[in-house]
Design a protein around this ligand. Structure first.
Ligand SMILES: C[S@@+](CC[C@H](N)C(=O)[O-])C[C@H]1O[C@@H](n2cnc3c(N)ncnc32)[C@H](O)[C@@H]1O
Length: 376
């Protein structure tokens, strides 16, 4: 190995610089492979040797050369090293996507910050947050008053989901009606249905292999999406919903004539695991905000396994354009920035095959985006 170092030290600065840039390029390509971590270690070591060697060489040269030339080459190599270090850290992190167990709020938080630059989030109690991690640390704390406690043992998502269920299962907060599940905006159903149909048509056009046999309606509520849209486009629909009260009303709300074509599953999406190779479309509307980031990513990964060939997961949801996220303390949900959503999708290993904006909703509402996701 020392002969390699010696050989490197004999090289001219421009040759070494070329090697550094060339290896950075290889490194970027390598980041798509599973052996990326080994590549990372190798390249980091290589670059540290190069820079170290050249620092020594420059010191020796300084006796004979002009100071300007030396300092330029010295800085050039450090800039190269810095660029490589950034590339290395990003690529190593990207490589850890492969392992679900390594996904953390901290990691997601770093990605969101890196992607958006400045993070500005808030909750409906007026609290503000500078990072995604700070927000989840607080929201998932067993006792929210203990803001200073950073011990991981204080973190639990039980209360987050209990609060969500309590809200939706309470008839004084959510009646059995379109107005109930849409928090006063039941009148949007026709226009919502129109754009969902347009989206599915566009999807079918760009993905002829997509079949329209079995759909899942995730976060189904009373079955509003199934009744107005899915049951008219698919042969069978499985409704997945956490509130027993809302789901119990679905068969009657959807209509007795459809009773043999629907199946009701009372379960939180944080637990829902579709049987493999089951669904053509997993339609997930106005519910992803109920899941915290780790559950959201794992839910998408499990859904991907539940798709039939050509199948897609569709997310139809609010997205924030002004802030990175907004937490609604009433129903324990978070409205995320579109880039934040895209990061979670990428973390689940999925591609966005079609993305459209819902048109014609009132200005005062969040923009609503429809995204079709697939494994291929
Ligand atoms: C805004 S409503 C939307 C209902 C339906 N998707 C629609 O568009 O009419 C949100 C729904 O998500 C359900 N929900 C909340 N948390 C959930 C969870 N963790 N898992 C599954 N459903 C959940 C609520 O009970 C409620 O029915």
């Amino acid at each position: 190995m020392s002969s390699v170092v010696e050989a490197l030290m004999k090289l001219s600065m421009s040759t070494l610089s070329t090697i550094i840039k060339f290896s950075s390029l290889i490194f970027y390509f390598a980041s798509y492979s599973h052996s990326v971590r080994h590549c990372a270690k190798l390249f980091i070591s290589l670059h540290i040797w190069c820079i170290y060697g050249h620092t020594l060489k420059d010191t020796r040269l300084s006796e004979n050369s002009s100071a300007k030339t030396i300092s330029t080459s010295w800085w050039a190599s450090w800039v190269d090293l810095y660029v490589l270090r950034v590339a290395t850290s990003i690529s190593v992190k990207m490589a850890s996507f492969d392992s679900p167990s390594e996904l953390t709020f901290e990691f997601i938080s770093e990605l969101v910050t890196a992607s958006l630059g400045t993070v500005n989030g808030e909750d409906t109690d007026g609290r503000t947050y500078n990072s995604v991690k700070d927000m989840w640390d607080f929201e998932l704390m067993v006792d929210n008053n203990k803001k200073d406690v950073t011990d991981g043992s204080q973190i639990s998502d039980t209360k987050w989901y209990q609060d969500g269920l309590q809200y939706w299962d309470d008839s004084s907060k959510c009646s059995i009606s379109d107005d109930g599940v849409l928090q006063g905006y039941g009148k949007l159903t026709p226009i919502d249905t129109r754009d969902s149909n347009i989206f599915l048509d566009a999807l079918k056009e760009c993905r002829p292999e997509l079949k329209l046999e079995v759909a899942a309606d995730c976060g189904a509520g009373i079955g509003r999406v199934t009744k107005n849209f899915l049951i008219n486009r698919f042969e069978r629909v499985h409704l997945v919903e956490v509130s027993p009260r809302l789901l119990a009303s679905a068969p009657e709300y959807i209509g007795a004539k459809y009773k043999d074509r629907i199946e009701c599953i009372v379960q939180g999406l944080q637990e829902f695991t579709p049987k493999s190779n089951t669904y053509d479309v997993i339609w997930t509307q106005w519910v992803i905000g109920q899941l915290h980031d780790l559950h959201f990513v794992r839910f998408l990964r499990r859904c991907a396994e539940g798709l039939r060939p050509g199948g897609v997961i569709v997310l139809k949801d609010n997205c924030s354009t002004t802030c990175t996220f907004l937490v609604d303390k009433d129903d324990s949900s978070v409205c995320r920035h579109i880039e934040y959503i895209r990061i979670l999708v990428r973390l689940a290993g999925l591609n966005i095959v079609l993305e459209r904006r819902q048109k014609g909703f009132p200005e005062e509402l969040y923009p609503v985006v429809m995204m079709a996701l697939s494994k291929d």
